[in-house]
Design a protein around this ligand. Structure first.
Ligand code: NAD
Length: 468
């Protein structure tokens, strides 16, 4: 597949300045909102076909979050786009110094399959709001939603500025050979490296939203039934296929049995006697992922769950114990409805366990002791953090969302989405007169001129009169 004509068309529109005016951006954001509204039933249906996603979960995690991003951008775009004036030093005292929020140009958005609407459209909101053209490549794995986006979006958005490309791995490889001005990728860390390598050939800046294993430490002092409900909801939402889900639990032997019993009770309360019959529990996206996730059930001992049905891509919400830290279930991102509970001696061992591993996208602590919560926050590092709950911090779009180290680079959500798709252009407007003021920096140089210019340029340490 040759994508160059699509990219050329978009680049021409960008160069013509079509995407820059506030009014154009507003019209496209409104059109995106209209797409969501008018196609809501079809979107819910395609998410059902792809992931058996309960409509409650789809409305919450796919539609509502995108709508919030669109509305926040529409409410604030005028002020976000304004030049940001900055203070001046003595050398630039007579000038105007400001930061212009400039669009990059043609952006490429590559999305995964687990939240195929949300993870395609929130970056697209950023691309539009910041004045870029964009190529969106949804995941080919969530094929019904991919088709819906590919057929539907061009009926709402300006075709000369925005394109949806349906591509598997080979075609995406070809797509990536083209030069983009910015790449926003969401997916796994292995593919993240491939994307970054392709981007490096053109020195294209990237945001990488990746995955990993999110630790969840349950401290002895905590409300165990509440912790169990919140952990189970976060783990089993979307059948465990959430990048932010607590991937494994760490707790001491003192509370292990109580926690396991509370998790069992919770799973029963949430999904009934047989979770396979529950309308509120999703399915694994594909046969390949079904095989990968169900193979992880071979490790440790099953406390509850463990049933599978390949034809239905069903894996029961499962809790495991007695896993070894070298088992694949404790080494690779689970990305399915399996929750290993791993025993540690206490807080210090839990923190060391986490810090011995790659930095996760999220780290969770459950404790009613605020000192424990604060120490956990101080002594660990992760993209995001939530005390006494899981995944819910992502619903507050005033918080940046993104990873650190192995879980990604860059961030978005809310105003951060606009900032991510904008280049901060440093601007200084000077007069072409007032030449007397400039003479001091021209040759022939002298010590006294240097002293004066350094004095007027340098930032001094506060409260210090010493010359440093
Ligand atoms: P993936 O990396 O396999 O695929 C993501 C996208 O990359 C898809 O559009 C796919 O077509 C494309 N792709 C796959 N292989 C490619 C290759 N070799 N070259 C070019 N493009 C390629 O990820 P996935 O399986 O769709 O999603 C699951 C992963 O994504 C998990 O690791 C999860 O944690 C992560 N994730 C992260 C976030 C986040 O916001 N940080 C959100 C959702 C999922």
């Amino acid at each position: 597949m040759d994508y160059s004509s699509t990219i050329t068309r978009l680049r021409r529109s960008f160069r013509d300045g079509k995407t820059r005016p506030l009014q154009f951006r507003i019209s496209q954001l409104e059109a995106l909102g209209k797409f969501l509204e008018e196609n809501k039933i079809q979107i819910l249906e395609s998410l059902k076909k792809d992931l058996n996603k309960p409509s409650f979960e789809a409305e919450l995690s796919e539609l509502s979050l995108v709508k919030s991003e669109i509305n926040l951008a529409l409410n604030n775009l005028g002020s976000w786009m304004k030049d940001e004036h900055v203070s001046r030093n003595m050398v630039t005292m007579m000038d105007t110094a400001f930061i212009r929020k400039e669009p990059f140009g043609v952006a490429l958005i590559i999305a995964p399959w687990n939240y195929p609407v949300h993870l395609s459209l929130i970056p697209l909101v950023g691309a539009i709001a910041a004045g870029n053209c964009a190529v969106l490549k949804p995941s080919e794995i969530s094929q019904n939603t991919e088709k819906l986006l590919a057929d539907g979006l061009p009926r709402y958005l300006d075709k000369d500025c925005f394109a949806v490309v349906q591509a598997g791995v080979d075609d995406t490889t070809r797509l990536l050979e083209n030069k983009f001005d910015f790449i926003f990728f969401t997916g796994n860390p292995h593919v993240g490296k491939i994307i970054m390598t392709a981007a490096a050939k053109h020195l294209t800046p990237v945001t990488l939203e990746l995955g990993g294993k999110n630790p969840c430490y349950v401290h002895d002092e905590c409300d165990i039934p509440n912790a169990a409900r919140r952990i189970a909801w976060s783990r089993f939402f979307n059948a465990g296929q959430t990048c932010l889900a607590p991937d494994y639990v760490l707790c001491s032997n003192n509370i292990k049995d109580k926690l396991l019993s509370a998790l069992k009770t919770t799973i029963h309360e949430f999904y009934g006697e047989d979770p396979k019959l529950s309308p509120d529990f999703g399915r694994i996206i594909s046969d390949r992922h079904f095989k990968r996730v169900s193979a992880l059930l071979a490790y440790g001992k099953i406390v509850t769950g463990g049933q599978t049905d390949e034809a239905d891509k069903y894996i029961a919400p499962t809790v495991l114990i007695d896993v070894k830290d070298t088992d694949p279930v404790m080494q690779e991102e689970i990305f399915g409805p399996i929750l290993p509970v791993f025993t540690v001696s206490g807080f210090d061992e839990a923190v060391n366990f986490i810090n011995d591993r790659e930095k996760p996208l999220a780290a969770y602590v459950f404790s009613s002791n605020s000192q424990i919560v604060n120490q956990f926050l101080d002594r660990t590092s992760s993209g995001g953090f939530c005390a006494n709950d899981g995944i819910i911090h992502t619903t507050n779009i005033n918080l940046p969302f993104g990873g650190i180290g192995h879980s990604g680079m860059g961030m978005y959500h809310g105003k951060f989405t606009f900032d991510t798709f904008s280049h901060n252009r440093a601007c200084l407007l000077r007069s072409d007169g007032r030449e007397k003021l400039n003479e001091i920096r021209y040759p022939p140089y002298s010590e006294s001129r240097l002293g004066f210019i350094l004095y007027s340029m340098e930032t001094k340490r506060k409260w210090s009169c010493a010359v440093m």
